[in-house]
Design a protein. Structure first.
Lengths: 83, 153
């Protein structure tokens, strides 16, 4: 699984892309967020439940309950501010 | 025809509109919107704006927004150009053009496309101010503007 980070998240986490082997216990969007939050430091702060963070799976907006599969492209980013 | 472009280069709205409507006598109305970089945001002077996006998803999200507009109004063409990279105050950021037989569809679809683009297309702005760089926070007024279309549906 490929995980991407954009904008403020990319900057504060210091990471744009990583590959993660999908563990069975993190097989949903919400569970993956929880797992990443457990890394401590900026991860814990940025991915805290009260932070408005959007998640896209395979380039479509996704809800926390969505199941993840090997090979998925998952992206974490702040609410969008284009236009 | 629907056309979506994400590009670093500036655009010429006059030229784009002329190209869209060339030789199409069905077009009776053209509505357009241009978003421009302001020199002040949230009370601070903005020297530069840097626009980042999610390549791939941006184009898909914009196509989906146009498709949704097609389900609501009967218009002829849409054109969406969104710039990325570094821009300065007075620079153009975004262009939306809708052509239709009558003005009602063009006006409504153009506003809808902008409201949805602002809340659903993965673009992010970072501003350079005298206090340093900062990521622009999403505005609840933009969410409210997009939500109006759900209520109207």
């Amino acid at each position: 699984m490929t995980v991407l980070y954009f904008a403020r998240l990319r900057q504060s986490l210091g990471l744009a892309i990583e590959r993660i082997d999908l563990p069975a216990e993190a097989a949903s969007v919400g569970a993956l967020r929880e797992r990443l939050r457990g890394r401590g430091g900026a991860w814990t702060e940025e991915l805290a439940p009260d932070r408005a963070i959007c998640v896209a799976v395979n380039q479509e907006m996704a809800e926390p309950g969505l199941a993840l599969h090997d090979g998925d492209e998952v992206a974490f980013f702040p609410p969008v501010t284009g236009g | 025809m629907d056309e979506i472009r994400v590009q670093r280069e500036d655009f010429d709205a006059g030229r784009e509109i002329a190209r869209l409507r060339a030789g199409n006598p069905r077009i009776g109305a053209i509505a357009s919107f241009i978003g421009v970089v302001r020199d002040v945001n949230d009370g601070d002077t903005v020297a530069e704006l840097c626009l980042e996006h999610y390549p791939g998803m941006t184009e898909k999200a914009l196509a989906k927004i146009v498709e949704e507009a097609r389900g609501r109004w009967d218009f002829i063409d849409t054109l969406v150009i969104h710039r990325i990279g570094t821009m300065r105050p007075t620079d153009q950021i975004v262009l939306v053009v809708v052509t239709s037989a009558h003005r009602g569809e063009a006006f409504a679809a153009c506003e809808f496309l902008m409201d949805y683009l602002k809340t659903r297309a993965p673009f992010w702005k970072k501003e350079s101010t005298p206090e340093g760089e900062r990521w622009v926070e999403a505005r609840s007024s933009d969410d409210a503007a997009a939500a109006r279309w759900t209520e109207r549906a």
